[in-house]
Design a protein around this ligand. Structure first.
Ligand code: HEM
Length: 184
């Protein structure tokens, strides 16, 4: 089968690396907002179809990891699935951040889209966020938005995670962006 069944996710299939990542987060060790450059390695493996009754989803089994400087262990990782429903144009990204957070973000896109946005909200009835008890009290993720842009042999993301943190009176924008180039 050609990759057409994966719709806009077809362009993400493969192994990817990007050195130009930039994270904005509140650092507890430095007690201030830090901009952190990072190296990222992403793997996206296609599977499908997954059938829910008359629905046929095509997906990517994904994992990603980020390192700063020459540290041995990544400081951020995600595992999850991207899913595409060709009948409705729905795109989903379900993933776990090992701080004790799960996200199911969703949106719609054309099958040949090169730009699209997925969202999730705390308490959202469709696309939502779950987190551990400590985070609910001290650093709650109230929303997650990611925009994907497909380039020529590359793709980029720009994401904003709004956090209700003890350290700030208003929700704080924890942001990340990177451009990944194909390495396999
Ligand atoms: C490229 C993606 C990401 C990177 C590189 C990243 C990195 C970081 C870093 C460096 C911190 C600061 C930790 C500290 O020094 O105290 C942090 C905090 C946090 N991140 Fe992320 N993050 C990413 C994505 C996300 C996403 C998608 C979520 C949730 C959906 C998330 C939720 C959080 C939370 C809740 C905290 C605060 C924890 C605390 O209060 O100590 N992050 N992240």
């Amino acid at each position: 089968m050609s990759n057409a069944a994966w719709g806009p996710l077809a362009a993400l299939i493969g192994e990817w690396e990007g050195e130009g990542g930039l994270d904005t987060a509140f650092s507890h060790s430095k007690e201030k907002v830090l901009q952190t450059p990072y190296l990222e390695k992403v793997s996206m493996k296609p599977f499908g179809p997954v059938d829910n009754g008359s629905q046929h989803l095509y997906g990517l089994d994904y994992k990603t990891a980020m390192w700063r400087d020459d540290e041995e262990n990544p400081f951020h990782t995600e595992v999850g699935y991207w899913l595409w429903d060709g009948a409705t144009g729905e795109v989903l990204r379900g993933f776990v951040v090992p701080r004790g957070i799960t996200v199911l973000a969703g949106g719609t896109a054309a099958s040949d889209a090169t730009d699209y946005t997925l969202r999730a909200e705390l308490g959202g009835s469709q696309y939502s966020i779950s987190e551990n008890q400590y985070l609910t009290k001290h650093a709650s993720t109230v929303s997650y938005t990611v925009t994907i842009a497909i380039g020529d042999g590359t793709w980029s993301y720009d994401e904003t995670t709004m956090l209700k943190m003890d350290e700030f009176p208003e929700p704080f924008a924890h942001t990340d962006h990177n451009t990944l180039r194909r390495v396999g």
